[in-house]
Write a protein that binds this ligand. Sequence first.
Ligand code: GZL
Length: 367
Amino acid sequence: MKRKLLSLALCSVMAVGLLAGCGGSSSDGSGDQAASADSVAEAEEQISADADAGSGELISVGFAQVGHESDWRTASTQSCQDVFSEANGYDLSFVDCDNDSAAQLEAVRSFIQQGVQYIIIDPIVSTGWDQVLGECSDAGIPVIVIDRTIDDSDNYTAWVGSDFKTEGLAAGEWLAAYAEKQGISEINALVIEGTNGASAQIGRTDGFKEVADANGWTILDSQDGDFTEDGGQQVMESYCKSYEGQFNVVVCQNDNEAFGAMTAMDNAGVTYGVDGDVILISFDACTAGLQEVQKGTINADFECNPLAAPFVEEIIQTLQAGGEVESNEVYVEEHWYALPDAIVDFSVNGVAQEMTEVTDEVIEAQY
Ligand code: GZL
């Protein structure tokens, strides 16, 4: 926006200068050309001063979003569009990268070309970022990463998101406590992972596996369901054929995969949930996921909070005011949800965990 304004102003000043030059007084017109050059410089200074002084100019923000694969993603996108609205003083350029990493890098480069003032990235996968973050840095554009992490560069201003490994550990430690309460001594689990290479997939997988290994559980299989309902259903259909009668736990790395897995288990005659043969664990705790917990089909849901935008806005406002960003890592608050019978005591890394009972009010307030 700033660059657009500047070029518009410069064009108009140049046009005026040229017109004056045509009918000007001096013989060689140098006076007018000098005048227009001065006017251009003045315009440049004025526009720049106005924009920097926040004279009501919109702050331009480019947001390269993962895609539209899940309820969680929809909430994340909505949060950003609500916060970075024109009414709030922002000019948001939003690109849905449709789970395509190449398209996401292209989107970031297009923001650089546009000359936006800030770039927000939710990285589809955690690697392949060093080069383009260097280009953002060379262009003097602060980058704020949200949700998933970038693991091959720290060349950005800040990150706002969740601790995915803690989410995985929490699911595992909850299962250990719940299985003990239920008198279940043997765990044979099937895992439906999120998009391969996403830090959410990596963290949740590692965290749950760490607890499984510590408890001597068997993870029969762990395949990529791409964080989608179709993906969850396809993987679960395959599991129901390959592992018929062998499993008593299914871990889905987001609610949409769990919805698909439920369809597949229904079709295969496998019972799940609080009254079923299979314990079903999910992540995200979106509204629809909590409704399934309330129905007793999902035994426990481990939240991943999608509402990062307000924290990002705080960072942008700090930078706009010439301030320093206090912390380059901001963790959003998250809760672990279940019905009363599945609320058990457990700890993660020695820290006692609190669980939240799913009620109508909790569901009403969810994202
Ligand atoms: C996790 C986020 C994941 C969600 C999925 O922070 O990146 O991506 O768990 C979403 O629902 O697709």
